[in-house]
Design a protein around this ligand. Structure first.
Ligand code: UDX
Ligand code: UDX
Length: 434
């Protein structure tokens, strides 16, 4: 099939590359010239394991192209995916201006035949209806079309795996024709790996995505709540949560306490979900509590560090990990950045390192020292703060680290290190919820 992807960010690029790899003819459109220039050289503007090789493979096979032109992309395609960003406004409402803009541009490009327009961006319930109305209003030639909702559940860092082996494919379609086209598009996944398909109404599909992300965020906040109580009562949250999670009705995943969730999705999606509830006149206290606990997670961590060091002003603190989680260079809403801001405001001198996200962070702070490895971070530091559990931090030579540090203090914001081993080496180790 012929597919256009409008918006080639994390979601759009992954979707486009994977659909091309399944054998479809895909054109990825983006209005960012710098991004396009990289993509046209078969280079990925994001760090996502495996994606660059897959871009090259499919582009060289002639199945994947990149363009700035939305009109020809829409005209040549059967299916048009809207994958532009939906950032939060100041009050948490999802800003749909890019979605609306793409809907208008798509409408003007329509010149007959039948098209399926797919909302892939995470959007509040009833957005697809607005997209349909917008296209009706702005189209100039008779074209039949359906607007379908097809939310993505991919995680950054394992985006290709999540797309090729999805837990489920959700297709929100209110017409038989739209449904058939989407099933045909995903046929290779449905037939080869038996990906479970949920065919639902458009509105249900829109709610599934917000509901799923709110639930996952709730699990993390629950874990952080238990961690708070464990710190207070000297219990070990990992023991508590592991035993709780053994119950299959609860499940062990997404119950790791830490410095809180970040990223481009959870904070934005739960804020938008909260707004949707408010608009519907439903008390959003549940969602508000998730946000409040998440905010307390990193603040509590910093105040424990402040208690430990007594005075932060003038101290050198090393930060390991800047991205919002490992295996990505994405720093959107990364807890590490909030911790850095707070420690800077308290007068600390900061030395930082991340395997992938340094380039992006350099654009934010000019007054921190960027180091080329964790050992350089450790040099002269009075405390090391681990904010992202990259694999390479777990296998550091901690003897060497200790020799470099001014005082051997480790704050492990992700419970990723081995406290017994570090204590045996003479470190003072502080984790979360233990
Ligand atoms: C975004 C949303 O944050 C997410 O909620 C949604 O599910 C999918 O889109 P992501 O792919 O991470 O996720 O966003 P981003 O990396 O910002 O990519 C959006 C892309 O759209 C950018 O490359 C941007 O240049 C492009 N864009 C945006 C357009 O091409 N046209 C526009 O009008 C606006
Ligand atoms: C998330 C959803 O998992 C995915 O299904 C959706 O499509 C997009 O949003 P992503 O933002 O890539 O994906 O990251 P995810 O792996 O979910 O982690 C989000 C944040 O939660 C990270 O900051 C991570 O460190 C944190 N987290 C995760 C915890 O603090 N504890 C956990 O137990 C799990």
């Amino acid at each position: 099939m012929k597919v256009a992807i409008i918006g080639t960010g994390y979601v759009g690029l992954t979707t486009g590359v994977c659909l091309a790899d399944l054998g479809h003819q895909v054109v990825c459109v983006d209005n960012d010239p710098a991004k396009l220039a990289l993509l046209q050289q078969h280079r990925a503007p994001i760090f996502e394991p495996g994606i660059e090789a897959l871009i090259a493979k499919n582009a060289e096979a002639g199945r994947l192209t990149f363009s700035a032109e939305i009109v020809p992309a829409v005209r040549q395609s059967d299916v048009i995916f809207i994958c532009v960003n939906t950032p939060p406004k100041a009050d948490g409402t999802a800003d749909l201006k890019y979605v609306e803009q793409v809907a208008r541009e798509t409408a003007k490009a329509l010149n007959g035949g039948y098209k399926v327009i797919v909302d892939k961006s995470t959007v509040p319930v009833t957005t697809a209806e607005k997209v349909r109305e917008t296209i009706e209003r702005y189209k100039t030639e008779h074209t039949t079309f359906d607007v379908v909702s097809n939310p993505e559940f991919l995680r950054e860092g394992s985006a290709l795996h999540d797309t090729f082996e999805p837990d489920r494919i959700v297709i929100g379609a209110d017409s038989e024709r739209g449904k058939r086209v989407m099933l045909e598009l995903y046929r290779p996944l449905i037939e080869k790996i038996h990906a479970p398909v949920k065919i639902v109404s458009v509105r249900s599909a829109e709610l599934i995505k917000h509901g799923a992300n709110t639930f996952l965020a709730a699990k993390i906040s629950f874990a952080n709540l238990i961690a708070e109580l464990c710190e207070h009562s000297q219990a070990d949250s990992r023991e508590v949560l592991e035993a709780i999670g053994i119950d299959p009705r609860i499940g062990r995943q997404f119950l790791s306490p830490g410095i809180g969730f970040g990223g481009s999705c959870f904070p934005k999606d739960i804020a938008a979900f909260k707004k949707t509830l408010e608009t519907a006149g439903i008390d959003p206290a549940f969602v508000r509590a998730i946000e409040q606990i998440n905010d307390r997670a990193w603040r509590r961590f910093v105040s424990r560090l402040e208690q430990e060091l007594w005075v932060i002003d003038g101290k050198t603190i090393g930060v390991l990990g800047l991205s919002f989680k490992p295996n990505t260079d994405d720093i959107r809403n990364a807890p590490a950045l909030k911790i850095i801001e707070k420690l800077k405001a308290d007068g600390a001198r900061l030395k930082v390192y991340d395997p992938q996200a340094m380039g992006k962070v350099k654009q934010l702070f000019t007054d921190v020292e960027y180091c080329h490895d964790p050992y350089q971070v450790a040099k002269g530091s009075q405390a090391l703060v681990l904010c992202t559990e990259w694999e390479e931090f777990k296998t550091l030579d901690f003897k060497k680290i200790k020799a470099q540090m001014a005082t051997p203090l480790i704050f492990d914001g992700r419970n990723a290190l081995n406290p017994a081993e570090l204590t045996a080496l003479g470190f003072r180790y502080v984790g979360v919820g233990r």
